[in-house]
Write a protein that binds this ligand. Structure first.
Ligand code: M6R
Length: 357
């Protein structure tokens, strides 16, 4: 039930801090340490390479998850779009483990990959929001998102839940391998939940940003580097699917290799600056587009902000920034769709779960 909310999407965005706290709790043992099923840990430990398979928003969460598993647990990860993997299977390592990420657990493209890798004799773990879903039943192992039903076609709380569960999986795998991380994930996720709450309280600001940057535009570009690039891909998907504004996400460094040709007077560029290591270079990219007339909306993180920034998020651990920087993007898209009188929860041509290949 959406209660007093005008749309499920808005309700589901607002639920994110609560969902994150629930996930932390669900994955804690009685001593407060993060824990997952031993069999999953054994499969993670034995794998020489992990293949993440997903579509849409879940694919974008997978891109972030790759960073976690590689950086925390030191296992190489490839992330594949499920519909591509089926027909264009890459060379597999000798001991692969497949991780399927799917909010619904019913996406046909992902299921086709699951069926084919099971035929090849490989093991699969499904990360899903729906217990008993097809992808959960047909995989060897399941990790649940605990996000509660997601009704709006545009995925929001499932994205942040997927990223949180992937972070937990990476942390527990690292610990099981005897590796020491230099931060406490439970504590850092708690900081993220508080930051999410602050961000969900700034609705007027997003409405205003949306009005000034997106009300009349035909297109919009999202740029970032590293993690910010992945969040930009998700921001662009959100905006296009519900507001029908043509939106694309790019790696900041790729602009000059083609996309910059599209910049005209007033073209909105939404730039993310939450990563210290690339803060200067992304700001260099913003200067390049501003010199060609772009209208820059810079979303930075506290500690890295500069005077020209449009919005600044609270500070969180640098690996966890996607969990906070996506919230302004979700809400800016929501207001853009509202301002254009679009059907926010049921955008045209789309279904909540895509059960055909
Ligand atoms: O249920 P799934 O996570 O497998 O769905 C995958 C995509 O269809 C889904 O994320 C889609 O891209 C959303 N509409 C994005 O908001």
């Amino acid at each position: 039930e959406k209660g007093t909310y005008p749309h499920y999407m808005l309700k589901e965005i607002d639920e994110q801090p609560l969902v994150l706290r629930k996930i932390i709790q669900k994955y804690q043992d009685e001593n407060g340490a993060l824990t997952i099923d031993e069999n999953i840990l054994t499969a993670m430990d034995e794998a020489d390479r992990i293949y993440i398979i997903a579509a849409g928003t879940s694919y974008h969460a997978g891109l972030v998850g790759k960073q976690y598993i590689e950086k925390m647990a030191n296992v190489p990860v490839e992330v594949h779009i499920s519909s591509e993997f089926v027909y264009n299977t890459p060379l597999l390592s000798s001991k692969p483990l497949f991780i399927f990420i799917s909010q619904s657990g019913e996406t046909a493209d992902s299921r086709a990959v699951l069926v084919s890798i099971k035929e090849m004799g490989y093991e699969a773990l499904t990360i899903t929001n729906v217990p008993g879903s097809t992808l959960s039943r047909e995989a060897d192992y399941t990790l649940l998102l605990h996000a509660g039903p997601e009704i709006a076609v545009a995925s929001t709380k499932a994205y942040t839940a997927q990223i949180a569960v992937l972070a937990i999986l990476a942390e527990v795998t690292a610990k099981a391998k005897g590796m020491n991380l230099d931060f406490n994930l439970v504590q850092e996720l708690g900081i993220v939940a508080n930051a999410m709450e602050v961000l969900c309280g700034s609705k007027e600001e997003y409405e205003e940003i949306s009005r000034s940057f997106l009300s009349t535009t035909r297109n919009a570009f999202f740029i970032g580097r590293g993690m910010d690039y992945y969040v930009g891909l998700e921001g662009a998907l959100k905006l296009k699917e519900i507001s029908y504004i043509q939106a694309e996400g790019f790696a900041g460094g790729e602009l000059k290799h083609g996309t910059i040709a599209l910049i005209e007077e007033g073209t909105p560029i939404i730039a993310l600056a939450t990563q210290e290591s690339v803060n200067l270079s992304i700001r260099g990219n913003v200067k390049e587009v501003v010199a060609r007339g772009a209208n820059p909306c810079i979303i930075s993180m506290k500690g890295l902000q500069q005077e020209e920034d449009t919005f600044t998020t609270p500070e969180v651990h640098e690996l966890l920034t996607p969990l906070v920087s996506v919230i302004p993007l979700q809400l800016i898209s929501y207001y853009a769709a509202l301002h254009r009188d679009c059907d926010v929860d049921k955008p045209r041509n789309l279904a909540k779960s895509v059960t055909v290949e």
